[in-house]
Structure formats: structure tokens, C-alpha cells
Design a protein around this ligand. Sequence first.
Ligand SMILES: Cc1cc2nc3c(=O)[nH]c(=O)nc-3n(C[C@H](O)[C@H](O)[C@H](O)COP(=O)(O)OP(=O)(O)OC[C@H]3O[C@@H](n4cnc5c(N)ncnc54)[C@H](O)[C@@H]3O)c2cc1C
Length: 389
Amino acid sequence: MKKAVVLGGGIGGVEAAIDLRKKQLDVELVSDRDYLFVYPLAIWIPTGERSFEKTSIRLADIARAHGFTLTIDDVTGISGAEKSFTLQEGGTRQDFDYLVVAIGAHKMPHKGKENVLSICGAPQESVRVKERLDELVAKGGGTIAVGFGGNPKDPSAVRGGPAFEFLFNVHHLLRKRGVRRNYSLTFFAPMPSPGVRMGEKAVTMMDRMLEDTCVRTYTGKKIKLFDEGGVVFEDDSRLDADLVMFIAAGNGHAVVKASDLPQNEAGFISISPSCEVQGHPWMYAVGDVAALEGPAWKAKQGHIAEVMARIAADDIARKETGVGQAESYVDHISILCVMDMGNEAGFIYRDKTRAFFMPMPVVGHWVKRSWGQYFKLRKLGKVPRLPGM
Ligand SMILES: Cc1cc2nc3c(=O)[nH]c(=O)nc-3n(C[C@H](O)[C@H](O)[C@H](O)COP(=O)(O)OP(=O)(O)OC[C@H]3O[C@@H](n4cnc5c(N)ncnc54)[C@H](O)[C@@H]3O)c2cc1C
């Protein structure tokens, strides 16, 4: 039986491990943490609607359900020339036929980033956002600024949706407590039209929702730095805030940047349409770690990471059996998001032929919660994969 090692136990890596097992390969998953953190559900940790534990799935349980082995260790190096990877504890390894790299992205550096918190950083940071929000709510009033940044070297690494979700959920929480008027909420981003990759209709709706929820906006100015009092922009204007939740754009993972792997200017791995790493037919890269090709509005998302994982597994099986046809992840590039607002949601979809925003009053919030339950059960092998999900 041929052996595949998957590096990274996030959404893309776990899906790759599951799919490679289905293709009858011997699979080992390597992760620096012992749980899969379901980032799309982390939007509810700060407002207390979901616990950290319920947002995580133990990798050991997933491994047992699907029959792959699990190694908890830190990947410190990957070499294309040597056909190897190096682990902090486990040393250099070459005992595999295929390698799937799924270690995600690092973040763009920002001056003073220690002064801000993010729901898109290390998983535990969401809990710190909750603690700071709780403190502010206990104080009875304050100012909250929420924003996201871009990566000029790879615009697909932007992550704006969770910033809007966080804002609307905080608005909803404060309103439920009857204290919304005591708080000023501001949204900031350096782009003149943030969220435009979701499509014009979504941007129009988003602007209307920000207005309806009395969220001030501060857009189109580059961020110079963050300090203890808030955000400073390139023209030295300031946005003062007691709490800043900021989502830095993705940037190439340090292990990839230090490697000999082909990569784009931002440090994301260059791949073929079937996710094969250029020049290395035994290596694949899936999810946020890879450089995406496709339309200008493409964005790194969890559902794309899963599609890439399935295509990579299919391609490996095709190489082994000579059966099947290579597929391209580019054909599947789309933006798909159920944007939660605390008590309702909006369904955002964009592909090469259409872009729309559909309001989902009340039911939308429960659709997203149900997706979370389905995702967990599916990863634990308790329900089959539904077509298209
Ligand atoms: C708050 C939030 C909300 C989101 N909402 C949505 C949404 O609604 N819909 C959607 O489609 N997408 C959403 N996304 C995006 C989605 O979560 C990501 O695109 C997805 O997680 C990417 O998966 P990945 O496996 O490539 O990377 P990751 O999920 O980042 O996983 C990388 C894994 O590699 C491990 N790792 C990293 N470095 C090392 C190392 N050196 N050694 C060993 N292991 C390592 C990490 O521990 C991690 O488990 C959201 C993201 C966030 C943060």
C-alpha cells in the first residue's frame, strides 16, 4: 500500500487525509495541534454563543473514525530537492510516496499588532477576544473598532467576512442586553470598497446593514500602526477604540518561505490545476497554503480547501490506478458564505456566471449553526458527505 503523509490538521489537511484513506492509501496526518479548529464557527466564541471546545474536534477521534495515523509535531522544514520534510521532534523524514502540504497561511506583519486581537489568529485568541468584550460590557460603555487588511502581493489572501460577522454579532449582543446606545462600533479597512470580491450586490447590502446597525465606517486609508489607544492611518489620523478586533490578511507560511518550493511573491506554493506542486509530481498543496489561480475576485476559503483536498486525493489515486481524469480546482472557484448577524444571516454566492446576496431572516442563523453540526458529524464519520458540501 502506498503511503501519503499530510502536513497540517486544518480544514484542508483533514479532508485530504479522509479522502486519501477512501482511496485505500496508508495515511499519516501531522499537526502541531491535537484538534481541528473549525474557524467558520469561531465567530460565536467572543459573544459566548459557542465554547472553544465546541469549536474544536479532536484529531485523534477523526483519525480513529477514518483509519489514519496521527503525529503531533511541528513541521520545521520541507525540501523539494531532498523529497523530505523535517519535524521538530521527529527529525527528517522520507518514508512516504506522496506528501500533501496543508499548513495554512501566516499573517501579514503590522506594526503594533500586539495591541489588537483577532478571531482569525491562533485559536485561543478568540477566547481572549471574548474576555476583552466581556470586560467592556461590564464597564457599561465603550468603543469597538473592527477591521481587516489586505496583501498587495496576493489579494486572494484577504479575509473580510468574519469581520462583518463579528461586528453584527456584537451589535446583536449589545442590543439584546439593552446597552447598544452606550457603545460606538466602527468598521475600518484600507480598501476603498471592502468586500467587493463578494460582488456588487453583497457590498450594497453590507453598506445598508452597517447603516441600519449604526456602525460607522472608516475605509480607503492605509493602516500605519496600532497602538494602545486604537488605529493610526497613513495620514496620521486616528481611530480611538477600547477594543480593536483586526483580521490581518494571509501571508506565506514561514516554513514555505524558507523552503525550495516554487512559490508566488507572497510565499504561497505554486500548484497545477490538480494541486500538484510545480516540478514535484509526488507533492500536493491544498488550502490556504497554496497560491490560487482563477478570477480576480477569488478568495481563500474553507470550502475551496476541501475541494482542493478532494482533487489532490483523486489525482494521487489516478496516478496509482491509471483510472479517472484529472480535475481542476480552478473550475470550482467560488465565494460561498452564510454571513451570520446574530439572529439572522445573508447567503452570499459568487462564481464565474453570477453573484448574489440573499437575506435569510431568522432561519439563516440556524442554517449556519446546523452546518457546524453537520461538519462535525461528517468529520467523525457519522454522516456521509452531502453533495456539494
Ligand atoms: C473566523 C473565520 C471564519 C471563517 N469563515 C469561513 C466561512 O464561513 N466559509 C469558508 O469557506 N471559509 C471560512 N473561513 C476560512 C477558512 O477557515 C480557511 O480558508 C480554512 O481554514 C483553510 O484551511 P487550511 O487547512 O488550508 O488552513 P488552516 O485551517 O489554517 O489549517 C492549517 C493547519 O496546519 C497546522 N499547522 C500550521 N503550521 C504547522 C506546522 N509548522 N507544523 C504542523 N502543523 C502546522 C495548523 O495547526 C492548522 O491545523 C473562515 C476563517 C476564519 C478565521
